[in-house]
Design a binder for this molecule. Sequence first.
Ligand code: HEM
Length: 151
Amino acid sequence: MDTTDLVLAIVHHLLVFSLAGILGAEFVLIRGNLPAATLKRLAGIDRHYGIIATLIIIVGIGRVFYGLKGWEFYVYNWMFWAKMAAFAIVGLLSIIPTIRFISWNRQAAASPGFQVPAAELASVRGYVRAEAFIFLLIPVFAAAMARGYGY
Ligand code: HEM
Protein backbone atom coordinates (compact mmCIF):
# COMPACT_ATOMS: atom_id res chain seq x y z
CA MET A 1 0.00 0.00 0.00
CA ASP A 2 1.32 3.43 -0.87
CA THR A 3 -0.76 6.43 0.16
CA THR A 4 1.26 8.91 -1.92
CA ASP A 5 0.62 6.89 -5.09
CA LEU A 6 -3.07 6.56 -4.24
CA VAL A 7 -3.52 10.29 -3.54
CA LEU A 8 -1.64 11.26 -6.71
CA ALA A 9 -3.76 8.81 -8.75
CA ILE A 10 -7.02 10.15 -7.29
CA VAL A 11 -6.06 13.80 -7.84
CA HIS A 12 -4.81 13.00 -11.36
CA HIS A 13 -8.10 11.37 -12.29
CA LEU A 14 -10.21 14.19 -10.78
CA LEU A 15 -8.18 16.81 -12.67
CA VAL A 16 -8.33 14.85 -15.92
CA PHE A 17 -12.12 14.51 -15.69
CA SER A 18 -12.39 18.23 -14.90
CA LEU A 19 -10.35 19.07 -17.99
CA ALA A 20 -12.56 16.79 -20.11
CA GLY A 21 -15.64 18.55 -18.68
CA ILE A 22 -14.22 21.97 -19.50
CA LEU A 23 -13.34 20.91 -23.03
CA GLY A 24 -16.86 19.48 -23.43
CA ALA A 25 -18.42 22.73 -22.16
CA GLU A 26 -16.37 24.81 -24.62
CA PHE A 27 -17.23 22.39 -27.41
CA VAL A 28 -20.97 22.84 -26.78
CA LEU A 29 -20.94 26.58 -26.02
CA ILE A 30 -19.20 27.56 -29.26
CA ARG A 31 -21.76 25.66 -31.32
CA GLY A 32 -24.58 28.06 -30.48
CA ASN A 33 -25.04 31.83 -30.64
CA LEU A 34 -22.50 33.82 -28.72
CA PRO A 35 -24.18 36.66 -26.84
CA ALA A 36 -22.08 38.70 -24.39
CA ALA A 37 -23.08 36.49 -21.41
CA THR A 38 -21.87 33.36 -23.22
CA LEU A 39 -18.62 35.06 -24.23
CA LYS A 40 -18.01 35.97 -20.60
CA ARG A 41 -18.73 32.41 -19.53
CA LEU A 42 -16.41 31.02 -22.23
CA ALA A 43 -13.57 33.31 -21.12
CA GLY A 44 -14.13 32.23 -17.50
CA ILE A 45 -14.26 28.52 -18.33
CA ASP A 46 -11.14 28.86 -20.44
CA ARG A 47 -9.21 30.41 -17.55
CA HIS A 48 -10.00 27.31 -15.52
CA TYR A 49 -8.79 25.19 -18.42
CA GLY A 50 -5.34 26.77 -18.03
CA ILE A 51 -5.31 26.30 -14.26
CA ILE A 52 -6.41 22.64 -14.42
CA ALA A 53 -3.95 21.84 -17.24
CA THR A 54 -1.11 23.31 -15.14
CA LEU A 55 -2.17 21.23 -12.10
CA ILE A 56 -2.30 18.09 -14.29
CA ILE A 57 1.30 18.70 -15.35
CA ILE A 58 2.40 19.12 -11.71
CA VAL A 59 0.49 16.06 -10.45
CA GLY A 60 1.45 14.00 -13.55
CA ILE A 61 5.15 14.70 -12.96
CA GLY A 62 4.52 13.81 -9.31
CA ARG A 63 3.17 10.44 -10.42
CA VAL A 64 6.26 9.82 -12.55
CA PHE A 65 8.67 10.46 -9.67
CA TYR A 66 6.66 9.48 -6.58
CA GLY A 67 4.37 6.79 -8.07
CA LEU A 68 4.74 3.10 -7.26
CA LYS A 69 6.51 2.11 -10.48
CA GLY A 70 9.41 4.60 -10.41
CA TRP A 71 10.43 7.08 -13.14
CA GLU A 72 12.37 4.44 -15.13
CA PHE A 73 9.06 2.74 -15.92
CA TYR A 74 7.91 5.80 -17.88
CA VAL A 75 10.89 7.58 -19.42
CA TYR A 76 11.87 4.61 -21.61
CA ASN A 77 8.28 3.95 -22.69
CA TRP A 78 7.18 5.46 -26.01
CA MET A 79 3.48 5.23 -25.04
CA PHE A 80 4.28 7.65 -22.20
CA TRP A 81 5.93 10.07 -24.64
CA ALA A 82 3.04 9.66 -27.10
CA LYS A 83 0.72 10.65 -24.25
CA MET A 84 2.91 13.66 -23.44
CA ALA A 85 3.01 14.64 -27.13
CA ALA A 86 -0.79 14.37 -27.41
CA PHE A 87 -1.18 16.51 -24.28
CA ALA A 88 1.28 19.10 -25.65
CA ILE A 89 -0.55 19.20 -29.01
CA VAL A 90 -3.88 19.76 -27.22
CA GLY A 91 -2.21 22.61 -25.32
CA LEU A 92 -0.85 24.18 -28.52
CA LEU A 93 -4.24 23.85 -30.23
CA SER A 94 -5.86 25.69 -27.32
CA ILE A 95 -3.74 28.86 -27.76
CA ILE A 96 -5.76 30.47 -30.58
CA PRO A 97 -9.17 29.73 -28.93
CA THR A 98 -7.88 31.24 -25.66
CA ILE A 99 -6.69 34.40 -27.44
CA ARG A 100 -10.04 34.66 -29.28
CA PHE A 101 -12.18 34.09 -26.14
CA ILE A 102 -10.33 36.87 -24.29
CA SER A 103 -10.53 39.24 -27.25
CA TRP A 104 -14.25 38.54 -27.98
CA ASN A 105 -15.13 38.98 -24.32
CA ARG A 106 -13.27 42.34 -24.22
CA GLN A 107 -14.93 43.55 -27.42
CA ALA A 108 -18.40 42.48 -26.22
CA ALA A 109 -17.85 44.33 -22.93
CA ALA A 110 -16.73 47.47 -24.80
CA SER A 111 -19.45 47.50 -27.48
CA PRO A 112 -22.81 45.89 -26.62
CA GLY A 113 -23.77 45.13 -30.26
CA PHE A 114 -20.57 43.13 -30.85
CA GLN A 115 -20.96 40.08 -33.11
CA VAL A 116 -18.26 37.43 -33.27
CA PRO A 117 -16.80 37.48 -36.81
CA ALA A 118 -17.96 34.34 -38.64
CA ALA A 119 -14.49 33.46 -39.96
CA GLU A 120 -12.93 33.67 -36.47
CA LEU A 121 -15.72 31.55 -35.00
CA ALA A 122 -15.30 28.91 -37.72
CA SER A 123 -11.57 28.70 -37.04
CA VAL A 124 -12.06 28.44 -33.25
CA ARG A 125 -14.62 25.66 -33.78
CA GLY A 126 -12.05 23.79 -35.85
CA TYR A 127 -9.35 24.17 -33.18
CA VAL A 128 -11.64 23.02 -30.35
CA ARG A 129 -12.83 20.02 -32.40
CA ALA A 130 -9.20 19.05 -33.07
CA GLU A 131 -8.37 19.48 -29.36
CA ALA A 132 -11.28 17.22 -28.34
CA PHE A 133 -10.25 14.56 -30.87
CA ILE A 134 -6.59 14.46 -29.83
CA PHE A 135 -7.60 14.57 -26.15
CA LEU A 136 -9.35 11.22 -26.68
CA LEU A 137 -6.00 9.64 -27.55
CA ILE A 138 -4.51 10.56 -24.14
CA PRO A 139 -6.39 7.96 -22.01
CA VAL A 140 -5.71 5.38 -24.73
CA PHE A 141 -1.95 5.93 -24.40
CA ALA A 142 -2.31 6.21 -20.59
CA ALA A 143 -4.05 2.84 -20.23
CA ALA A 144 -1.49 1.16 -22.52
CA MET A 145 1.55 2.63 -20.77
CA ALA A 146 0.16 1.77 -17.32
CA ARG A 147 0.04 -1.89 -18.43
CA GLY A 148 3.58 -2.00 -19.73
CA TYR A 149 2.95 -1.56 -23.45
CA GLY A 150 5.37 0.76 -25.22
CA TYR A 151 8.87 -0.71 -24.75
C1 HEM B 1 2.13 16.21 -18.03
C2 HEM B 1 1.01 15.52 -18.10
C3 HEM B 1 0.80 14.14 -17.55
C4 HEM B 1 1.70 13.29 -16.93
C5 HEM B 1 3.18 13.53 -16.61
C6 HEM B 1 0.97 12.07 -16.61
C7 HEM B 1 1.51 10.97 -15.97
C8 HEM B 1 0.80 9.85 -15.61
C9 HEM B 1 1.33 8.73 -14.84
C10 HEM B 1 2.76 8.64 -14.31
C11 HEM B 1 0.34 7.82 -14.70
C12 HEM B 1 0.43 6.49 -13.92
C13 HEM B 1 0.34 5.30 -14.84
C14 HEM B 1 0.57 4.02 -14.07
O1 HEM B 1 -0.30 3.60 -13.31
O2 HEM B 1 1.64 3.43 -14.24
C15 HEM B 1 -0.83 8.34 -15.38
C16 HEM B 1 -2.06 7.68 -15.47
C17 HEM B 1 -3.13 8.15 -16.17
N1 HEM B 1 -3.22 9.33 -16.86
FE1 HEM B 1 -1.81 10.79 -16.91
N2 HEM B 1 -0.33 12.20 -17.05
C18 HEM B 1 -0.46 13.43 -17.63
C19 HEM B 1 -1.59 13.96 -18.21
C20 HEM B 1 -2.77 13.26 -18.42
C21 HEM B 1 -3.91 13.76 -19.14
C22 HEM B 1 -4.05 15.14 -19.76
C23 HEM B 1 -4.83 12.78 -19.16
C24 HEM B 1 -6.15 12.94 -19.86
C25 HEM B 1 -6.90 12.03 -20.29
C26 HEM B 1 -4.30 11.64 -18.43
C27 HEM B 1 -4.94 10.44 -18.21
C28 HEM B 1 -4.47 9.41 -17.44
C29 HEM B 1 -5.22 8.21 -17.12
C30 HEM B 1 -6.65 7.88 -17.59
C31 HEM B 1 -4.37 7.41 -16.33
C32 HEM B 1 -4.70 6.03 -15.73
C33 HEM B 1 -4.19 4.94 -16.63
C34 HEM B 1 -4.54 3.57 -16.07
O3 HEM B 1 -4.20 3.29 -14.93
O4 HEM B 1 -5.18 2.78 -16.80
N3 HEM B 1 -3.04 11.99 -18.00
N4 HEM B 1 -0.53 9.57 -15.92
